[in-house]
Design a protein around this ligand. Structure first.
Ligand SMILES: [Zn+2]
Length: 297
């Protein structure tokens, strides 16, 4: 009888540990891993609900880049991301007055939801690149924690600021013309400016998407890698844009008019139950391959 009780107790403890694990938010589990999984590189799920296997580190400094805010440990990406950043930064050093780029967050070593900040950046295929011209590539680690980027949007939130230069436009164009890039998020005044000033081939503007924020950095999203069969491709941006246009139309104006008006809340309107926020995801919400990513050496 006594033995049975002990067995039952062990069973209960094991079960509750398992249950606690299942209920624990994925951001605390994946966010606690200091190193990538020992697996073949792959991206599982979608940009805002997934994880990264076999993540590769973007070296802290290279001939044409420096990674900023190293203490965050978010300089991990899919190998496609690492080669994109090497390629882009080299082109930036060659084609502009900048010596390279300052790289912000990519992903955690195993991707997934983050304890703070981003909703996306979960697959190792999203990166933030600073608007601050990377002229000095000898910044110390502590300088990279303390210096800030610059705002390319004016105080009125409708136009670009005096920090904007033709090199910013050239760098966004170089990024958009890279075949591995799916889309790029920028503050709307930047897209408006570029729509008004690109007189040559305008196709690349199709990849540039206006979005909230993105005035201190721009966000580059890569396409799902060819062999990543469980990576969920987003709808092509062209589907959002009227008749396959490049988004340089009146819809862009919404961002500097209606979008800036204060939100009116109707007390009589019943708000539908909101979807789970990525920070609330448990491992069960993520693609099943993420369990192996978490448990790998
Ligand atoms: Zn971002």
């Amino acid at each position: 009888m006594f033995r049975l009780k002990i067995l039952l107790m062990i069973f209960c403890i094991a079960f509750s540990v398992q249950a606690a694990f299942a209920e624990k938010q994925a951001r605390y589990l994946l966010g606690a891993m200091p190193l990538p999984s020992n697996q073949f590189p792959d991206s599982y799920g979608s940009y805002s609900k997934g994880c990264l296997a076999g993540g590769q580190a973007m070296l802290e400094s290279g001939p044409t880049w420096q990674v900023m805010r190293l203490s965050r440990g978010r300089n991990w990406g899919h190998p496609n991301m690492i080669s994109f950043l090497e390629r882009l930064s080299k082109a930036v050093a060659k084609e502009t007055s900048w010596n390279g780029i300052y790289i912000g967050d990519i992903s955690q070593p195993r991707g997934g939801p983050m304890i703070s900040g981003h909703v996306s950046h979960q697959l190792g295929l999203d990166v933030d690149i600073w608007m601050l011209p990377a002229k000095n590539l000898n910044l110390t680690k502590s300088e990279r924690e303390s210096i800030s980027s610059i705002d390319v949007r004016a105080k009125n939130k409708k136009t670009i600021s005096s920090n904007w230069t033709k090199d910013h436009m050239e760098i966004l164009k170089l990024s958009a013309n890279d075949p591995s890039v799916d889309r790029i998020f920028v503050t709307a005044p930047v897209k408006i400016y570029m729509c008004n000033h690109e007189s040559g081939n305008r196709d690349w503007l199709q990849k540039i998407r206006p979005y909230w924020g993105h005035n201190f950095h721009f966000h580059v999203r890569l396409k799902c890698p060819k062999d990543a069969s469980f990576c969920k491709t987003q709808k092509p941006t062209v589907q959002y844009l009227s008749k396959g246009g490049i988004g340089c139309d009146e819809t862009l104006n919404w961002w500097i008019t209606k979008a800036l008006e204060p939100i009116k809340i109707d007390p009589n309107k019943i708000t539908p139950k909101s979807k789970k926020h990525p920070r609330e995801y448990t491992m069960a919400d993520l693609p099943k391959q993420c369990i192996a990513v978490l448990n790998s050496e």
